[in-house]
Design a protein around this ligand. Sequence first.
Ligand code: SAH
Ligand code: SF4
Ligand code: F3S
Length: 438
Amino acid sequence: MAEPKKLFIKTYGCQMNVYDSERMAEVLGAEGYVTTDVQEEADMVLLNTCHIREKASEKLYSDLGRLKPLKAAKPDLKIGVAGCVAQAEGDEILRRMPLVDLVVGPQSYHRLPGMVDKLAQGGKAVDTEFPAEDKFNHMPERKVLRGPSAFLTVQEGCDKFCAFCVVPYTRGAEVSRPVERLLREARALVDRGVREITLLGQNVNAYHGAGAGGDWGLARLVRELARIDGLERIRYTTSHPNDMEDDLIAAHGDEPKLMPYLHLPVQSGSDRILKAMNRKHTREQYFRLVERIRAARPDILLSSDFIVGFPGESDADFADTMDLIRTVGFGASFSFKYSARPGTPAAEKAPVPAEVADARLQDLQALITAQQRAAQEAMVGREVGVLYEKTGRLPGQMVGKSDHLHAVHVTDPEARVGDLVRVRIKASAPNSLAGERL
Ligand code: SAH
Ligand code: SF4
Ligand code: F3S
């Protein structure tokens, strides 16, 4: 038998890209590729890219530049670009970077085998179509597993068209995968030892998939998944505030497998900016929504994304954002300086001066860091569930995630990765908690 060829994948961007990279490894696995963590020994390097901010997409070109010596030393090396930059720039990438052999958009991964054949014949391959067939129906069964916690993409694409965002263009319109397929994939994951599944979608709570008796929303899907023996925890991300329906909020109160953590990006606390961003809700509506979610699950931790320096953002608008953060109190947040993206409506507008945006970003990050620390401190003394994901650096140490998604270190020499245990939190460090096994 021929030596297996080696595949190195580098993943940028969001969790959906992480999931896609695993699925691409499975598709190419069926073509005789095994994955490697050592780029230098690869026969194929696949860069799974992100287009969300300018820095993210520039990273591709600097990484491709760094691959030049490797390609020169190894002329048979194949270099592929997947993901959202591939979708946005298509064969332009080949013109700019002749060392690239293959460009594949996120909806075409199931077509990789044919594309790889084309490369073997000495050609180049580009596919950035949005084919009508569901790529996931044309991919092999799940194989690649990275521990007891797995991602499962249930929905792709976005119809929201926030004024700053490229996702509706790179990932296309909202599409939900059928219920039966997802249940089958979830069962296959659990059979392989997975105990926690995070359901993924660019707009995951807009999930509306074909199921028994008609159209299923995300809450119904969650409840059905919760019936799978051996699956202990369910999470989902990312949600849009406008798609947070009553039954999903209710599930946070009465479905014990649904974890008490919710990423619910609000982006800004100013009504004027929310409107300019085309987010289609007000700050007051966001406050009411948070109240309802907390009424269903009082200990839930909320997290958000924030953009500072959106075109037209005044000091008063920014003050509204800071006020929203203080009013809600987030357990964790991600914040970004606005980045003008080609083709989006906001990119036409005059930018906020860079020094103003930088200063705002600093202020906002100080506040969310303080809130994150406070939320962690508040866990000290409490009993939580922890799912062990790996061994720690110290002897006998395990590292896992709490119900509230905090990283927790526990000295537990008898334990194994995949154990779900009860832990008393004893101390809080900047980015993790320390606990004692109960
Ligand atoms: N679908 C998700 C998130 C998609 S992108 C949602 O609606 O929330 C992840 C985050 O990147 C966004 O929440 C936003 O905060 C940030 N982001 C998106 N486009 C951006 C841009 N042009 N500049 C800066 N940040 C951006
Ligand atoms: Fe982008 Fe808005 Fe869609 Fe989120 S909801 S992916 S921010 S367009
Ligand atoms: Fe980036 Fe595409 Fe995800 S642009 S954030 S990889 S959907």
